[in-house]
Design a protein around this ligand. Structure first.
Ligand code: FAD
Ligand code: NAI
Length: 476
């Protein structure tokens, strides 16, 4: 007879593995199915995030930033380095080792929490008082049953018609994290998060990078003032070439690499030849082979699994979390949903505050924000006050040689409640946490202004931005 679990999670990315751990912590018998295989053909936990997303990209961002520091940024500290060499294979090996350590760590967490790891593709077979599922793995198929199912099948890179990704010359995120040599000329389609992060990695390592973006504006989801400043830094100062408002024509492999024809913003037709091309034009939900149609699971018009605010899908005792449902495609958003759903299944009151999910782009300087942008508040007719403070006035930022950027705080005009915080600067990914806590607790800008911040620290800029909301910053 098939084994019956209280909870079966399909997908072991950050949304799925966290859901499984929380369910197990709450005393539910839990299994997690995942089909991910390493390039060596071994099953691995962690999904996109750990294997070909957040973790490897951040490892390469750090390594490439160190390379750029030693080549160009140490001089100002009075340090001259000669004979600096890039050992790309070692850099990639370090990244791979971090990935293996992290994915093995999840295996350890599964053992600790007594979660059954089922290796292979999970799909719905039929429903009833329990859900009947099949796991198709290397050793054949296995039937299992679940009282509750959590779908966490994540997303995959969106393909563009007529552009065949081989992950050698034309790459999505997988290939772009593993070039065996630094390309001389690198093209990127899409100036979104992946384009900017991975474009920066290879630019720092020596590639001449050109990014082609369809939209006429840069970083549309971020606050306009941040996007404007970031544009200046990335293009004029750092030499990342970005062309906006382009319409792609044919993209063909050439003798030397890839030939891209496109119509530029001024309507002229242009060609670009590069050695390697990264296609990073967003991601699409992954519901392939899940058997959604076999049980009548409803998808929305964009192919995401249709869920309510508590991530309940259209079928009883079926939930879906992470990239496969609406909302930002961010690992921490999926993790929060995973916890919420596990708690709901256990009879608790799970909850996600979608208004306080931070965004971070790990460029240098970093970009991070939480809450509303100034343009969103204007469009919604919300009366607000704005405070802004530059890192250039902060002693720690100068000591770290990171004077670029600023923090900007937006607070409700009447109540002073913080509505959004936007940061461009060193350590922005860490600094934004304070703003997230503030927003979670419904803090006012005055609350932040009254908190004692360590001196000298980058976090003083957060306090000064809060003081600036009331036009009383102390150091600027
Ligand atoms: P995934 O991580 O995609 O995991 C889904 C899992 O389900 C996979 O292991 C897949 O094999 C498995 N699966 C799918 N279908 C089945 C099936 N039928 N049966 C069994 N298993 C199945 N987000 C951030 O927050 N911060 C970052 O810095 C960041 N950097 C990124 C960098 C890159 C290059 C990329 C591509 C993404 C990045 N993201 C980042 C986004 C982040 O990776 C995703 O938001 C996150 O992985 C989503 O988690 P998930 O659990 O929903 O899905
Ligand atoms: P994205 O949505 O961030 O950016 C895609 C870009 O491609 C957009 O600017 C879009 O206008 C452009 N585009 C779309 N079609 C195009 C075309 N035909 N020609 C030219 N440009 C075109 O998607 P991206 O960068 O692929 O990343 C996917 C997702 O992964 C992100 O949305 C994010 O959720 C997640 N991610 C998060 C990271 C982080 O949190 N630091 C890092 C990397 C990815």
């Amino acid at each position: 007879m098939a084994q019956i679990f209280d909870v079966v999670v399909i997908g072991a990315g950050p949304a799925g593995y966290v859901a499984a751990i929380r369910a197990a912590q709450l005393g539910l018998s839990t299994a997690c199915i995942d089909q991910w295989k390493t390039p060596q053909g071994q099953y691995a936990l962690g999904g996109t995030c750990l294997n070909v997303g957040c973790i490897p990209s951040k490892a390469l961002l750090e390594s490439s930033e160190n390379y750029e520091r030693v080549l160009h940024k140490f001089k100002v500290h009075g340090i001259t380095a000669t004979g600096v060499k890039l050992d790309l294979q070692r850099m990639l090996a370090r990244k791979n080792a971090i990935v293996s350590k992290m994915t093995a760590g999840i295996e350890g967490l599964f053992k600790k929490n007594k979660i059954t790891w089922l290796r292979g593709r999970g799909s719905f077979v039929s429903g009833g008082t329990t859900w009947k599922l099949e796991v198709a793995g290397d050793k054949g198929s296995e039937a299992i049953e679940a009282r509750n199912v959590i779908i966490a099948t994540g997303s995959k890179a969106r393909a563009l018609p007529g552009i065949e990704v081989d992950n050698r010359v034309i790459c999505d995120n997988e290939g772009a994290l593993a070039f065996e040599a630094v390309p001389e000329r690198l093209g990127v389609i899409g100036a979104g998060v992946i384009g900017l992060e991975l474009g920066s990695v290879w630019r720092r390592l020596g590639a001449k990078v050109k990014i082609l973006e369809a939209l006429p504006s840069f970083l549309g989801a971020s606050d306009e003032s941040i996007a404007k400043e970031a544009w200046k830094i990335f293009t004029a100062e750092q030499g990342l070439e970005i062309e906006l408002g382009v319409k792609l024509g044919t993209v063909k492999k050439s003798r030397k690499g890839v030939l891209i024809e496109y119509v530029a913003d001024d309507n002229s037709t242009k060609t670009l030849e590069v050695d390697r091309l990264i296609v990073s034009v967003g991601r699409v939900p992954n519901t392939d082979g899940l058997g959604a149609e076999a049980v009548g699971l409803r998808l929305d018009e964009r192919g995401f699994i249709d869920v309510d605010k508590n991530c309940r899908a259209s079928l009883p005792r079926v939930f879906a979390v992470g990239d496969v449902v609406r909302g930002p495609m961010l690992a921490h958003k999926g993790e929060e949903e995973g916890v919420m759903v596990a708690e709901i299944i256990a009879g608790q009151h799970g909850h996600v505050n979608y208004d306080a999910i931070p965004w971070v782009m790990y460029t240098a300087p970093e970009i991070a924000w939480v809450g509303k942008t100034e343009q969103e508040l204007r469009a919604a007719g919300v009366a607000y006050r704005m405070g802004r403070f530059p890192f250039a006035y902060n002693g720690r930022a100068l000591g770290r040689d990171e004077p670029e950027g600023f923090i900007k705080m937006l607070a409700d005009e009447k109540t002073d409640r913080v509505l959004g915080v936007h940061a461009l600067g060193g350590q922005a990914s860490e600094l934004i946490a304070e703003a997230v806590v503030a927003m979670e607790f419904g803090a006012s800008s005055e609350d932040i202004a009254r908190i004692c911040h360590a001196h000298p620290s980058m976090s003083e800029v957060m306090r000064e931005a809060a003081l600036a909301v009331d036009k009383r910053s102390l150091n600027g």
